[in-house]
Ligand binder design. Structure first.
Ligand code: SD4
Length: 331
């Protein structure tokens, strides 16, 4: 992330262009402009939007778009940044393991033609987003799982490696002392990437990549790699992606719902709010878990909404990086 952008952002906030600015330190020691504000929905292309506070990932995707590359390339390259980041404990290398100590990864990608590729329960391969793209582009299938997915990845030139870092192993060993399974709002989930991008041709692509819920049962697969739940793109309308407790996203087919609501005329913001409302009205226990959605429409308008406070969204638009906490349901 270029320092100039942050300075630019800081001066905008001091002019009151963004409300209530709070600068947060990023992992690479630069600073991004993190604001608590209402969702900004003006359309402007190209754009990148991602779940959580991931300025390095959105900056990489933006860089791809600036080179004239496709939204699909931007998604893959942007997601890879967090997959390779050993400090991010919910995606790729360093992801927290399942309760048996295995790091198992889920990812999917969708392109402007509505093609889709996904991997579920993938082990030992750092970049599931790239394997998902290979499934989409190099096989007649759309989802590959487990050992077969790993063997396919290796056949495509991916190097197997141990993804369980010392820090994640230690966290798992501590967890084993009580072995209590309870989703922790915004904690285990932080940094799982759902990313949407629109390139300068106006074409939309999306991706979603995660190690899933920490200490999940062995074999559990979440929403992130499942078309319509963790991600959906329709290049005529827009795209949506999800983060949080995947079981609840799966049961309401959240991302597909958001895109269909936009097709019926709702704004990305209204569609995200409606999808959250479907979850909370069916769940008396919604106070115990988090779900967050982001969406874009064809014009480049964005929306984001979550059940609880604490969800973050990163954008790159008009040559400027931004991170903000969107509006949420449980006030
Ligand atoms: C899952 N939805 O496996 C994922 C986890 C996640 O932010 O998104 N965390 O349920």
């Amino acid at each position: 992330m270029k320092r100039r952008k942050f300075i630019q952002n800081a001066s905008l906030s001091s002019l009151g262009v963004v409300a209530g600015a709070t600068a947060l330190a990023c992992k690479d020691e630069t600073k991004t402009n993190t604001v608590k504000t209402e969702n900004k929905t003006e359309g402007s292309l190209p754009l990148v939007i991602a779940t959580w506070n991931v300025p390095n990932a959105t900056a990489k995707a933006w860089e791809e778009l600036q080179k004239g590359n496709s939204s699909l390339d931007a998604i893959e390259q942007g997601c890879k940044i967090e997959e390779a980041n050993a400090e991010g404990q919910s995606v790729g290398l360093g992801g927290l393991p399942d309760r048996d100590g295995n790091v198992t990864l889920d990812a999917c990608i969708m392109n402007k033609e509505g093609n889709y590729g996904a991997v579920v329960y993938l082990q030992n391969i750092k970049h599931p987003i790239s394997v998902a793209r290979k499934v989409m582009e190099e096989t007649p299938h759309v989802i590959m799982a487990g050992k077969g997915a790993e063997q396919f990845a290796i056949s495509q030139g991916f190097e197997p490696e141990n993804l369980l870092t010392e820090a994640s192993k230690k966290a798992w060993e501590q967890w084993k002392e009580t072995s209590q399974y309870k989703p922790i709002i915004n904690i285990e989930n932080h940094d799982t990437i759902g990313m949407l991008a629109i390139d300068s041709n106006g074409d939309i692509a999306g991706g979603c990549t995660t190690s899933g819920l920490a200490y999940k049962m062995a074999g559990r697969v979440g929403d992130s790699p499942i078309i319509g739940s963790g991600l959906f793109i329709d290049n005529e309308i827009g795209g949506a992606t999800a983060t949080g407790l995947g079981e609840e996203v799966l049961k309401t087919v959240g991302s597909f719902l958001i895109v269909e609501l936009m097709r019926q005329g709702k704004s990305p913001q209204e569609a995200c709010e409606e999808a959250i409302s479907r979850i909370v009205t069916k769940n008396p226990n919604f106070k115990d878990f988090q779900v967050g959605y982001i969406a874009v429409n064809k014009k480049g308008e964005t929306g984001a909404y979550s059940i609880h406070e604490g969800f973050y969204v990163s954008t790159y638009q008009e040559d400027m990086a931004k991170s903000y906490m969107p509006e949420f349901h449980n006030k």
